[in-house]
Design a protein around this ligand. Structure first.
Ligand code: NAP
Ligand code: MG
Length: 526
């Protein structure tokens, strides 16, 4: 890790984002259909727990379902017990000294191989995401591309971190600073970017020299199992990680509280993030550090549409941000805040746009929207729709979609007050609240009226207003004259303010610092 390392560096081209598959040609479509077919042929398989290389089964199983057609079982997973969770942390702790001493270049090489392997299996991973997470083809491909980007990007960032900038040199001394890994990390991803976020948090922790225990979301454990295959094939030692499916509330608490757990990388809801933060803060018997918590949480993201905006492009930006992946992105627009001068015209155009959105099984490429993730989500989102109907005026949607899957129509509710529940609470589904603002200043004030602060966008042609938004719109990711979803690794480091989390800026140059600690060394030169 020191700047005097003599290991050979991998020869690396500059980072560039993975191109997404357009699925616009007959050949690409055909290849994707083949991939879907191949994945369907693997439905219902059993997956073991993976504890530092040991495959274990348990009697208690978790069934992962296809949300477009819930009678289809995508995979059956052994559920980890509290005892197995403890074993996984112990095993990771035992292997940490060896892994952390592995040359950076070796770990980087493994991560680059992992990226290459996902790239080779890209359509297969796309297909797993279509079936297990209910993503449409382009959304699935975006997720897989982002996973590749994270691996490629963090590999390069780790090489950079291994050679920190030189320090001021005291006379008669050699002064340097090196970055050391932390120890055992618990990785807890959500289901909504089940490959990208899991791969991003895991690969950052591993390449920095930490060992990890991954607790995948109970909705998307099969994608995690496929990623574990990639890690092993890429050369990551079987002892460097464990994959433990199982209930967050059962094994999650055990993993977080274990005295040998050094850090937790979590992405998910505000309530679970706060719970983890609280548990992690309490030192356990034998624990000799303050646990670090990286918690990226919810959002209630707003798009401000100014009277001086290009209205058509604003409507498109709101539509994509609100209804892409059924509104189930932490960056999704769930509040459109619109200047009164163009409010009615905006609503008219928005309504026309929504009427063109198609909803149905995500494996059929003609559908713009697929299902929401599970029965519980469908119930809770529809409850919010009912609340919203009382709080405002229904413009579009307002009920479930047709079919057995967890479909919900894209829903727009206008005239929403800032005190309304659907203005303040994260719904995490295809429900957009529209609020009228007196003017631009009022719109920014409304946008900031939230405990969250993840993404936001402003549509305006007025440079003074854009400047004001840059200064006063309090979000971790601000977009101007474009949609508020679709952050790209390297270009849009991602993470939010306030109750949206610790602002760790995934996919940015500072991200690896979360997984490292700096040691300063001053040597007297005689
Ligand atoms: P979630 O319900 O909070 O679950 C996230 C993860 O935490 C899952 O793996 C879950 O396991 C686990 N978990 C649950 N209880 C736990 C406990 N007591 N201890 C440890 N782990 C526990 O969130 P989600 O529904 O999967 O994801 C949607 C949420 O994620 C939304 O709020 C969204 O805004 C947020 N999100 C934020 C970002 C960001 O970058 N800020 C990105 C994506 C998503 P189980 O599945 O077994 O319950
Ligand atoms: Mg599922």
């Amino acid at each position: 890790m020191s700047s005097t390392t003599t290991e050979r560096e991998p020869l690396l081209a500059a980072f560039s984002n993975e191109p997404v598959s357009a699925f616009s040609t007959a050949a690409e479509k055909h290849a994707m259909e083949k991939a879907l077919e191949a994945v369907r042929a693997q439905f219902g398989r059993d997956y073991d727990l993976l504890i530092a290389g040991r495959r274990e089964k348990s009697a208690d199983k978790l069934k992962s379902l296809n949300p477009s057609q819930p009678d289809q079982v995508v995979g059956i997973h052994s559920k980890g017990t509290a005892e197995q969770a403890n074993e996984a942390v112990e095993a990771a702790f035992d292997y940490f000294p060896e892994w952390s001493a592995t040359p950076v270049e070796t770990r980087v090489g493994m991560l680059l191989r992992a990226a290459a392997l996902i790239r080779e299996r890209k359509l297969e991973f796309d297909a797993w995401l279509v079936y297990e997470a209910g993503k449409t083809w382009p959304e699935a491909d975006g997720d897989v591309s982002e996973a590749i980007d994270f691996c490629e990007y963090y590999a390069r960032q780790m090489l950079r971190m291994s050679k920190p900038d030189p320090l001021v040199q005291m006379p008669g001394e050699r002064d340097e600073m090196v970055y050391l890994p932390l120890g055992v990390g618990v990785i807890i991803p959500p289901w909504n970017f089940p490959l990208a976020i899991m791969a991003g948090m895991t690969s950052a922790a591993l390449v920095a020299g930490n060992t990890v225990v991954i607790k995948p979301s109970s909705d998307t454990p099969t994608i995690a199992a496929k990623f574990a295959e990639v890690l092993l094939q890429a050369g990551f030692p079987a002892t460097s990680f464990s994959l433990l499916a199982g209930s967050g509330s059962v094994i999650g608490d055990v993993l977080v509280q274990h005295p040998k757990t050094r850090f937790i990388a979590f992405t998910g809801s505000r309530d679970v993030g706060l719970h983890i933060n609280e548990l992690a803060a309490k030192p356990q018997k034998g624990q000799v550090w303050i646990k670090r918590v990286v918690a990226e949480m919810g959002g209630k993201d707003a798009i401000v549409v100014d009277r001086e905006a290009d209205l058509d492009s604003a409507v498109k930006g709101v539509l994509w941000s609100a209804f892409g992946y059924q509104g189930q992105k932490c960056s999704a627009c769930s509040r459109a805040i619109v200047d009164q001068a163009i409010y009615d015209e905006f609503l008219e155009k928005l309504k026309a746009g929504v009427s063109e959105l198609t909803v149905g099984p995500s494996e059929q490429p003609g559908n713009y929207m697929g299902p929401v993730i599970n029965a519980g989500a469908k119930r809770s989102i529809l409850e919010y729709v009912e609340v919203g109907k009382k709080e405002g005026r229904l413009i579009a949607g307002g009920s479930a979609g047709a079919g057995d899957g967890y479909f919900i129509q894209p829903t727009v509710i206008a005239d929403i007050d800032s005190k309304a529940r659907i203005f303040q609470e994260e719904i995490f589904g295809p429900v957009l609240a529209v609020t009228k603002a007196r003017d631009f200043d009022h719109a920014i004030e409304l946008a900031n009226d939230s405990e969250y602060g993840l993404t936001g966008a402003v549509f305006s042609k007025n440079p003074d207003k854009i400047r004001k938004a840059r200064e006063q719109f309090f979000v971790g990711n601000l977009y101007i004259n474009r949609k508020c979803t679709g952050a790209m690794v390297g270009a849009h480091p991602f993470g939010g303010f306030n109750m949206s989390g610790t602002d760790s800026k995934a996919g940015g140059p500072d991200y690896l610092l979360q997984f490292l600690q700096a040691k300063s060394i001053a040597e007297r030169v005689v």
